[in-house]
Design a protein around this ligand. Structure first.
Ligand SMILES: [Zn+2]
Length: 312
């Protein structure tokens, strides 16, 4: 039996708008595709709106173009639909949502969070790898927390019913957000710092606080966060085991970062191979019910629990 899979983070849309990927006719090396989602048992896929700072076009232009691409995918492929709490997923359907990864687009003239919320963005991450006028990034230079503007943006997101995605944020920034009341918080693609020490991964205390808030942490497959040049499902499963031991089973999820990382796991290189996680999860002691939670139910439950879900 295939386990349903929910993936909290992939960068397919940024590859589509730069002609490096095609949903139904994948390019060599492309990690997420129509057939892959089906073969891998993926029933829920979150797509990032990530702007590439190396491109000439502005963050807002890039994010709008990815949002337009998402709209086209929903129109062209009948199995795709926006995730919504009121809908019982049917066999063969793939629920989807967007996350805005880095708030730079929101700082441009004419941009609004409402526009992205209407486009299907259910969560906002304030930064990518660089500090910006909203907050300090995990891999930024300052280690700063949220600015006044950043806090205002979080309140605006909360008002719309969006979650805050703390992946890529500085430690101080994450604490600032966790100190704000009633903000739904999760980490779409972050690993455990106590297994492999890097700034992008989360300390145990943060994992506990996210879990206490009802949030989830999606373990990513980036080798630099797994601590070995060629990681396999074994390393990913060890991360999930630690997450469960520290934050409890309900906070465990997957956020592959497929199409945003140079290569995947040695034995799980595309979304079509997600089921290969199952034996590795059994090996670290997860029961069948727990595997269902880790691979699917926890993330879907979190997204469906957000107070407002745009439908359509
Ligand atoms: Zn990322």
């Amino acid at each position: 039996m295939a386990y349903p899979v929910a993936d909290a983070h992939c960068d397919l849309l940024s590859k589509i708008i730069t002609d490096q990927a095609d949903f139904s006719s994948p390019h060599p090396g492309q990690m997420v595709s129509r057939d892959g989602l089906k073969t891998g048992g993926v029933c829920l896929q979150v797509f990032a709106l990530w702007h590439d700072p190396r491109l000439e076009s502005s963050p807002l232009v890039q994010c709008r173009s990815m949002a337009a691409e998402y709209r086209r995918l929903l129109a062209d492929y009948p199995e795709l639909r926006r995730v919504s709490a009121g809908h019982e997923p049917k066999a063969g359907e793939v629920e989807t949502a967007l996350v805005l990864e880095g708030g730079e687009a929101l700082l441009e003239k004419g941009a609004s969070l409402l526009e992205f919320w209407e486009a299907g963005v259910l969560a906002l991450s304030l930064t990518w790898n660089m500090d910006n006028p909203l907050a300090g990034a995990a891999e930024g230079r300052t280690g700063n927390g949220l600015t006044a503007l950043g806090k205002q943006m979080v309140l605006e997101a909360k008002h719309l019913g969006m979650a805050i995605d703390v992946s890529h944020l500085s430690d101080k920034g994450i604490c600032d957000i966790l100190d704000m009341r009633d903000v739904p918080v999760f980490a779409s693609h972050s690993n455990c710092r106590s297994i492999f020490n890097c700034r992008r991964s989360l300390p145990d205390e943060t994992i506990r606080r996210i879990s206490d808030r009802g949030g989830v942490v999606g373990v990513n497959f980036f080798h630099e966060h797994l601590g070995t040049p060629f990681p396999s499902t074994k390393e990913a499963a060890a991360q999930l085991r630690h997450l469960a031991d520290v934050g409890g089973i309900t906070c465990c999820a997957i956020g592959s970062d497929f199409d945003g990382i140079p290569y995947g796991l040695s034995d799980l290189q595309t979304s079509g191979e997600f089921q290969r996680l199952v034996p590795a999860l059994k090996n670290v002691g997860f029961s069948e019910d727990e595997i269902e939670m880790v691979l699917y139910k926890n993330l879907r439950g979190f997204l469906c629990g957000l107070s407002v879900n745009p439908t359509g």
